[in-house]
Every structure is written in structure tokens, then in C-alpha cells.
Design a protein around this ligand. Structure first.
Ligand SMILES: [Zn+2]
Ligand SMILES: [Zn+2]
Length: 236
């Protein structure tokens, strides 16, 4: 890893760890989410708020993760979103530090999109911060570069090998954050067992434009077409 890349990753980590996103981004995002959620919330029966905390946490995890899948997929599909999401993919040294490498605008819009349903359901405030901490730790593991596939759970839970395939792949696949089932159900999972090897991401700026054009051309709901795109492009 050269020193410039190392410094860039350290800055992203520092921004995250300093809590500046929470201080600067969260108030306007929360304001926006509250404005949108309030009128919608009135139409939803407050069933979930009376359920045990453990059930609310499971529901929150499922809803949040389903949204994470779709916003990630959208980030690869729409050129404007890809412009900010490609920051995450611009790390040639895939590893735990990649977890924190996100454009500030992506953090803001993903926060809003993924938390909005929890506000509408009225359960956002009751989810303990430990749940988010576990999700973050899991995300660091997904970017660890380890060869773990989680064996029989590989189609259910995102493993390090599963997410590494997303970073390595020139196709649009493996968008899941925690549950891999979204990819399986919506046709963006690799059919064969994911290669359990550390991704060799050495994309140059030139390769970026290739990645960008691939993303624009190949994002599709059909695994079949995704595969077709995969074979027309040489790995960089
Ligand atoms: Zn991505
Ligand atoms: Zn990633």
C-alpha cells in the first residue's frame, strides 16, 4: 500500500471514528427523515412498538438490511449515485479500512434511505446502539480479506469471501450487507461457490472508467444478462 492510499484510508477512518458524521450529518438527515416519516407513520398501526425489544431488533435488522441491499444496488445502477459510491471501490488495497471509505454524500443518503422505514414503523429510537455496533463489526469482517465463506451459511449470511467478490467482480453482484439471501432471491448472487481468495484490486484511474461503463451497461435484474456482461469484459 503506498503512502498516499494509506493516508486517504486513515482520513476516512478518522472522519468516521471522530463522530463528525454524527455531529454534522445526522441532524439534517434526521430532520429530513422525520419530516417524511411523520405523516406516513400516522397510517401505520403502532404494532411493532409493543413487541419485545429482541423482536424489534430483528425486524429493524431485516428492514435495514433489505434497504441496504437496494440502495447499494441502486448505487451501481444509477450514474449519479455511482459517482459517489465508486469512492468505496477506489481502494486498491481491499481490507478492513475499506469499510470506512465512503463519500460523505453516500453516507448521508444511505442513512436517510435505510433508516426512513424504521422511523415510519416507529422503532428507530428503540434500537440499542449495540445493534449498530455489531453491524459495523460485521461490515469490517466482510472487508477483512479473509477467505471465510461461512460454509453452509454462505447463501444466508454475507461472508468475507462473498463481499470480496463484489469488490473483485467486474459484474454487478453481491450487494448484500448482512444477509446474502437478498442476492440469492433477487438474482445477483454468483451461482457457483464464491472464490475464497483475497481480491486483487488494482484498478487504475483508467480501469475506473471501465468499471463505470460496465456498471452503467450491465446493471440488470437478470442474472443471465449480468453473466453476459461478465464475459465481455476482461478483468483489470
Ligand atoms: Zn458496491
Ligand atoms: Zn465494500
Amino acid at each position: 500500500m503506498n503512502s498516499i492510499r494509506m493516508r486517504a484510508n486513515a482520513i476516512y477512518l478518522l472522519l468516521y471514528a471522530s463522530g463528525i458524521y454524527g455531529l454534522v450529518l445526522w441532524p439534517p438527515v434526521r430532520g429530513f427523515v422525520t419530516i417524511i416519516a411523520e405523516p406516513l407513520r400516522r397510517g401505520v398501526a403502532p404494532v411493532l412498538v409493543h413487541l419485545p425489544l429482541s423482536v424489534r431488533c430483528v425486524v429493524a435488522l431485516i428492514v435495514f438490511d433489505a434497504l441496504a441491499y437496494w440502495v447499494h444496488r441502486a448505487a451501481h445502477a444509477w450514474p449519479l449515485l455511482w459517482r459517489v459510491h465508486r469512492v468505496h471501490h477506489s481502494d486498491p488495497d481491499f481490507g478492513p479500512m475499506t469499510t470506512f471509505r465512503f463519500h460523505v454524500l453516500e453516507i448521508a443518503w444511505r442513512m436517510a434511505a435505510q433508516l426512513l422505514p424504521l422511523y415510519i414503523l416507529g422503532i428507530a429510537a428503540s434500537i440499542p446502539s449495540s445493534v449498530w455496533a455489531v453491524l459495523l463489526a460485521f461490515n469490517v469482517l466482510a472487508h477483512s480479506g479473509l477467505r471465510w465463506t461461512f460454509g453452509p451459511l454462505r447463501g444466508a449470511i454475507v461472508s468475507p469471501a462473498f463481499h470480496a467478490q463484489h469488490h473483485r467482480s467486474e459484474t454487478a453482484m453481491h450487494f448484500g450487507m448482512f444477509f446474502a439471501v437478498w442476492d440469492v432471491w433477487f438474482g445477483t448472487a454468483q451461482r457457483s461457490k464464491p472464490a475464497s481468495q483475497t481480491p486483487s484490486i488494482t484498478r487504475s484511474p483508467a480501469a475506473f472508467s471501465i468499471q463505470e461503463s460496465i456498471t452503467r451497461r450491465c446493471f440488470t435484474r437478470s442474472t443471465e444478462r449480468t453473466t453476459k456482461c461478465a464475459v465481455t469484459v476482461s478483468p483489470t
